[in-house]
Unconditional design. Structure first.
Length: 357
């Protein structure tokens, strides 16, 4: 049941911070062993349970999420948010097939959500060379740094950036991807070229369903120092050849102190046809890796927010503390300040614990 803000007994700011801190302290005893360093790399989440048949590997992930804010008409959210089961079969060192089924409940800033259970990914991959691999089927959109693969598990924050939370570049596509990487000294160049159609609507003045698309992402990376890249995707309405959307996404990462202090920025411009105003969203973040287990993350978000602000521009400053309790368990606490035109500034608090097996 939805309640007006004025009728709810909302704890004070410091009380909520206290609750979240106590939750993290209570989870701390779960820590055991020396966990690996934090990562937002999609490769951090791979099937890890080997069966008696070495060609098969399976894995699973789940989480519990708490979100609440003092925005008018907000609903408190405390539920399992994601559950995924995934597996991989390898024929040889070049050919493999991957499948994943997932359920999700992802609330917006009003606490409103839909429950979805669907086939997340299903593809065949052939690795001819390190610089030339092919993937065909239902795959993730590979544009930019943040990839929509188990985002609550692999990301540094609870809330995604505005540009990703709205899926302005559709998270899933069905088609063909050619990708790979090449090292020149200590610098790695990676690329991803896709020809596909989107599995969700592309944002326009009227949503475009199953848009045909061509995309390219190219980046240069030096481990522990920097990463610079540019992604561009062209979407076309299959029912109207003159109606198209072009997304351009430059991004950059820089380590001020290798392994300790990192900055990151991503900027999305979505150019829409037939006189529609361009849609823009970006974020910058600064992350301090305190040790191999714990980090602090400060992020500024700004952009047109269809999902939580009805298309109005939202600005948010988010502070997150996270820790990897064990190799399989992670936890985060988060507080953010949000401003939407025509509304009072409001604060959101969040707590999250995730499990990978």
């Amino acid at each position: 049941m939805r309640l007006d803000h004025a009728t709810r007994k909302t704890p004070t700011f410091w009380r909520k911070i206290g609750y979240l801190t106590l939750l993290l302290i209570a989870l701390w005893p779960l820590a055991a062993g020396e966990p690996a360093s934090q990562s937002e790399d999609a490769a951090d989440v791979v099937p890890t349970i080997a069966t008696e048949l070495p060609r098969f590997r399976f894995g699973a992930g789940a989480d519990l999420l708490y979100l609440d804010n003092d925005r008018h008409r907000n609903q408190r959210f405390l539920k399992p948010a994601h559950l995924s089961l995934y597996g991989k079969y390898t024929w040889n060192d070049r050919l493999s097939v991957f499948a994943e089924v997932a359920g999700s409940r992802e609330p917006n800033l009003a606490g409103v959500y839909e429950t979805n259970v669907e086939l997340e990914r299903l593809y065949v991959q052939y690795a001819w060379r390190e610089w030339a691999k092919i993937r065909a089927g239902k795959i993730d959109n590979q544009m930019g740094i943040i990839k929509p693969i188990h985002w609550l598990i692999t990301l540094d924050t609870i809330r995604r950036p505005i540009l990703e939370d709205n899926s302005y570049l559709p998270a899933k596509t069905t088609g063909l991807e050619i990708f790979g990487s090449h090292f020149r000294g200590q610098t790695e160049m990676t690329y991803s070229f896709t020809m596909s159609h989107s599995d969700s609507d592309v944002v326009d003045d009227q949503p475009i369903g199953r848009a045909k698309s061509v995309g390219l992402d190219v980046s240069l990376k030096r481990e522990g120092r920097y990463r610079f890249g540019l992604a561009s995707t062209f979407y076309r309405d299959p029912k109207d050849k003159d109606r198209h959307v072009t997304g351009v996404l430059p991004y950059a990462e820089w380590w001020f102190i290798p392994g300790k202090l990192q900055s990151r920025t991503e900027f999305l411009n979505l150019h829409r046809a037939k006189g529609a105003v361009d849609l823009q969203a970006w974020y910058s973040r600064l992350k301090w890796q305190i040790d191999k287990r714990t980090y602090l993350n400060l992020r500024h978000d700004q952009g047109d927010d269809e999902r939580s602000a009805g298309g109005r521009e939202r600005r948010a400053q988010t502070l997150t503390v996270g820790t990897r309790l064990t190799v399989n368990w992670r936890a985060r606490l988060e507080v953010s300040s949000n401003k939407v035109p025509g509304e009072l500034r409001f604060t959101e608090w969040g707590a999250w614990i995730g499990w990978i097996y």
